[in-house]
Design a protein around this ligand. Sequence first.
Ligand code: RIB
Ligand code: CA
Length: 312
Amino acid sequence: MTQTALIIDCDPGVDDAIALLLAFAAPDLLELLAITTVGGNVAASATARNARIIRQMAGREDVPVHIGAAAPLAREPIAASHFHGESGLGDLPIFEPVAPAASSDSATAIVELVMSRPPGSVSLAITGPMTNVALAMQREPALAARLGPVAVMGGARAEGGNITASAEYNIYADPHAADIVFRSGCKPTVLGLDATHQVRATPQRVAAMAAIDAPYAQTAAQVLQFCARTQQALVGWDSPPLHDPCTIAWMLAPQLFKSVPARLQVETDSPLTAGHTAVEFRLSDPSEATAQWVTEADGEGVFNLLLERLAR
Ligand code: RIB
Ligand code: CA
């Protein structure tokens, strides 16, 4: 398999951190062009610092980290530190990384990287609110058509919401940005809660990760143990879903997932349902599809991929 040139737009975030570790552990398959961070789970300054911390722990200072939008396009910021800890990285050690962030902001980096490379050659994984990507698309109207495969962690259909009754966090945090991206024609593969809830960090899987004597695996195990404690306390789950790593797993092993064409629209204004993703499978013509909605995920296969890669 040839290398995929990839930008990861994220808001680390404990599950973003594991997604980054998985990507860092696949240099044979992924040419990581940049990590572009955004305010979301915690403030933009913290998500950028956190991405730099994970980058330093992984020894991958070759990958630039950019600082992104501090606030959504229109609504007030809403953090998720209750799930991610005050730092955003659970109970991992927090320090000022040696290598600084890159000088350009996230949206600028996305535009420059995509527009300077051949059409379709740059893939994009989005694991946080889509503010940076929407800003990039507004700045460069040709961006959406030039992108390669796009994987989005966001939205919900059958599963209902996780931040409100009807909305998943990444879409709820910036529904206007999500609306721009979903209308852009980039036709993303969307891994919503319907997919990510099929990929759980069960106690057995976390124990298997903790048993691997390798730095990436040990870091991931500590994060997963934090997630398990937090989710047990907050929602009564002993097996937290692995949301963001699913986007990287899809880039590396798409055969682990099944998706269907859908017309995906976002509610942007209703006080009751803002951030809701209306995922319509009833299309009179395939050309109506604006996304591929992931309906099935091989949870065991995704976790085995994670174990195998983080053991290296
Ligand atoms: O709903 C799950 C998403 O919200 C994940 O990206 C997690 O990091 C949080 O941002
Ligand atoms: Ca995230």
